[in-house]
Design a protein around this ligand. Structure first.
Ligand code: ADP
Length: 395
């Protein structure tokens, strides 16, 4: 095993940093996670090329720069990356594709913190940390929103006064673009069907979103100006009556911030079940007869299916549905529940194939007489970021 001309892929959160060093053919990688950055227990969990693992404490409540110094200067020092690809959450409508980072691009990423206050500043920290350590290393930003910039206006606009869009960039952006891009691409490679391809991609993890992709272009997606819109998620409500905030404020006295926290952190699978946001725990509780857990799973499945059906409106042709994310890749029962609601699309499952598609397996699970294809495609955002980074740099 060797790592030839590797690309470093970074996904920086406010107190965490996920990294992967990926070979140019995408076949080999070293990866790890730095967490609790800025706290006394800041540490790195690192996986070597041979699969062995090491845990390292970062001294002095290390932040992003200290973590990267240990990663680059010690853990992966024998492999000099040729470039760095950063996951950046919000590119607004300024960035429609992977973009080489310079001072101006970095400044725009920081300005876009108005749209992603938790994420963009953390992403910018990672870029600055690399600038400090290796100022000459080319850096590329891959935006979660960029893939959805192909959506037509009738899909991305909200039905609110025009000035909110023209003067304040209030519109639907969508997220998980790197994953939807990778999975739809892969589905188009795997299918035996010729001609135009229309996919519904269901990315079901802790965060969940669905996208209609036609010939490689996002036509519509379930998330909006923030990731709260759309599907029911681990702790997020997804779609809700827009007057909910006012109603809860009037009746329970909650502030806007409190309602926002309620909808982002205490709702979804966790809120409905009162048990957990983790699908495995909920399936266990449901098997033991917990009615709230059972309802949370039914609601989750129904709402995913309802969105998938509505997103068919954005597709000139429908080739099939591709499932990804922790739940999409492993939750065979949940996939079965969702597809059962797609009866009017003529979707039919091959149960044995569905049950076998877990733990990173890739494959189809539609029955021979299904009108549409059904796929499980494990997402690989790191690979996608690596490829887009190399492509834009001409490597
Ligand atoms: P994130 O959005 O944080 O990246 P993941 O894509 O890792 O999240 O997905 C996490 C979800 O996947 C959790 O709800 C977890 O319970 C679910 N999941 C993981 N393995 C299984 C499984 N075997 N069966 C059902 N759900 C699973």
């Amino acid at each position: 095993m060797s790592l030839i001309n590797p690309t470093l892929v970074l996904n920086c959160g406010s107190s965490s940093l996920k990294y992967a060093l990926i070979s140019e053919d995408g076949e080999t990688r070293i990866e790890g996670l730095a967490e609790a950055l800025g706290n006394t227990d800041a540490r790195i969990k690192h996986k070597n090329l041979d699969g062995s693992k090491v845990d390292i404490n970062i001294p002095n409540s290390g932040a992003h720069t200290e973590a990267l110094q240990i990663i680059l200067g010690d853990l992966i020092k024998e492999y000099q990356p040729v470039a760095v690809g950063h996951r950046v959450v919000h590119g607004g409508d300024k960035f429609t594709k992977a973009t080489v980072i310079n001072e101006e691009v970095l400044a725009t990423i920081e300005e876009l913190a108005t749209l992603a206050p938790l994420h963009n500043p953390a992403n910018a920290l990672g870029i600055k940390a690399i600038n400090d350590i290796y100022p000459k290393l080319p850096q590329v930003a891959i935006f979660d929103t960029a893939f959805h910039q192909t959506m037509p206006a009738h899909a991305y606009r909200y039905a609110v006064p025009k000035q909110l869009y023209t003067d304040h960039q209030i519109r639907r952006y969508g997220f998980h673009g790197t994953s939807h891009n990778y999975v739809s691409n892969r589905a188009s490679k795997l299918t035996t069907q010729d001609g135009d391809k229309g996919w519904l991609v269901a990315h079901l993890g802790n965060g969940c979103s669905a996208t209609a992709v036609y010939n490689g272009k996002s036509m519509d997606t379930s998330m909006g100006i923030t990731p709260l819109e759309g599907l029911m998620m681990g702790t997020r409500s997804g779609d809700i009556d827009p007057s909910f905030h006012l109603h809860i404020h009037r009746t329970l006295g909650l502030s806007l911030e409190e309602v926002d926290t309620l909808l982002n952190k205490k709702s979804g699978l966790l809120g409905v079940s009162g048990v957990s946001n983790d699908m495995r725990i909920l399936e266990q509780a449901a098997a033991e007869g917990n009615q709230d857990a059972i309802l949370s799973l039914e609601m989750f499945a129904y709402r995913v299916a309802k969105y998938l059906l509505s997103l068919t409106a954005g597709l000139p042709v429908l080739t099939g549905v591709a499932f990804t994310g922790g739940i999409g890749e492993n939750g065979a029962d949940m996939r079965g529940k969702i597809v059962a609601h797609l009866k009017h699309l003529g979707a039919k499952i091959d149960t044995a194939k569905n049950d076998a598609l877990i733990r990173g397996a890739e494959g189809s699970f539609h029955a021979d007489d299904s009108a549409i294809e059904l796929w499980v495609i494990p997402t690989d955002e790191e690979y996608q970021i690596m490829s887009e980074t190399r492509e834009i740099l001409g490597l």
